[in-house]
Design a protein around this ligand. Structure first.
Ligand code: SF4
Ligand code: SF4
Length: 343
């Protein structure tokens, strides 16, 4: 994906703020499938080709599969400053979080500069988002990027790119639009109106609010998440001491805005969904079927703690007992049916 055309040669471009190395840095925290990697590349190309800055963009994604954590980094410098650093961005000026659930499971806000800006994809207000993320100070931006992406038939990454541009206070929306057209215009022309509308709405609709360091929350310095076990302390032979440890596993951060919804009235208890679900999310219990009065296994619902949102089960059910719905329209705590594990 390369932007064709001349680089804007405006040598007078100056970053509004920079770190000790002369960089303005953006970090995007996402999960595979939401487009953070592409968003980082587009942002890097926009500031270089459209605005004349120097920039480098790169991403870090472990096993490269849908649903796993992804980080995208964009390092921007004045035209005369060379970028020779390729290390991950630890203290970003702007941080974009593509999925709200990541805040609960990973230290995604760690390292944000005290006067930095964090954008969260959420239905919450900026005030609520600050409390949810426990941000000590700086700018908090809230935008329902998932809903806008659905409405514009675009992607979450386009909405958040617009919001990042606005929070940066210097990245021009026009430069990003140009980079998006160069990247996708020829390949996916029918997607362009939606992408440009999503960008525009991200820029104009993000709610930005400044918070002073009022002592409500503490600044969290950057921390590297290290695996609990390494070559020095891993049990011999990789033995798992805590058997059945999926009891503490939470896959909710892997979902990308949609969940399966179980409609018990339509269920014939055929069991197809259970066969299709790779994570055993469907909860069955022995009981009396209210329709027939006979004893048997009854399907009670879905344990969303283990549901990664792959939606395979929705395709498996032939009886209209599982529908695809927007996660944000439901309170998971109200519709979850928990597994009862014997200890
Ligand atoms: S596939 Fe549909 S009808 Fe069959 S058990 Fe699952 S939800 Fe019920
Ligand atoms: S979407 Fe359906 S198949 Fe996929 S993990 Fe969730 S319950 Fe299982």
């Amino acid at each position: 994906m390369a932007v064709k055309g001349k680089i804007s040669r405006n040598k007078k471009r100056k970053l509004p703020t920079k770190n000790d190395f002369g960089f303005f840095e953006v970090r995007m925290e996402s999960i595979g499938g939401l487009g953070a990697n592409v968003a980082g590349k587009i942002l890097g190309e926009a500031v270089v080709f459209g605005m004349g800055f120097n920039a480098s963009s790169f991403a870090s994604y472990g096993s490269e599969k849908k649903g796993t954590p992804v980080k995208a980094f964009v390092r921007i410098a004045d035209p005369k400053t060379e970028i020779r650093a390729n290390s991950p961005i630890e203290e970003p000026h702007v941080l974009a979080i593509f999925h709200e659930s990541m805040v609960r499971t990973l230290p995604v806000t760690a390292g944000l500069l005290p006067d930095g800006a964090v954008i969260l994809n959420t239905k919450k207000s900026a005030e609520e988002a600050r409390d949810f993320m426990k941000i000590a100070s700086g700018t908090v931006g809230a935008i329902d990027a998932t809903e806008i992406a659905i409405q514009t038939k675009s992607r979450v990454n386009m909405v958040l790119l617009g919001a990042v541009a606005r929070a940066s206070k210097f990245i021009e929306l026009g430069a990003i639009k140009k980079a998006v057209k160069a990247a996708f215009g020829a390949k996916y022309p029918s997607a362009m109106p939606g992408n440009l509308a999503a960008l525009e709405r991200g820029f104009t609709e993000v709610e930005l609010k400044n918070f002073k360091a009022d002592g409500k929350f503490k600044h969290v310095p950057f921390m590297r998440t290290l695996p609990e076990f390494g070559y020095e302390n891993a049990p011999m032979g990789g033995t798992i001491y805590a058997v059945g440890n999926t009891a503490v596993k939470d896959l909710s951060a892997s979902r990308v805005g949609f969940i399966p919804r179980f409609i018990i009235e339509n269920c014939t208890k055929c069991g197809e969904c259970d066969i299709f679900c790779p994570d055993y999310c469907y909860v069955w219990e022995k009981g009396i079927d209210p329709k027939t009065g006979r004893e048997g296994m009854l399907l009670l619902g879905i344990d969303y703690q283990y549901c990664k949102g792959c939606l395979r089960c929705t395709k498996a059910c032939r009886f209209g007992a599982i529908e695809t719905v927007k996660e944000s329209d439901y309170n998971i705590d109200e519709i979850i049916v928990k597994h009862k594990f014997s200890r």
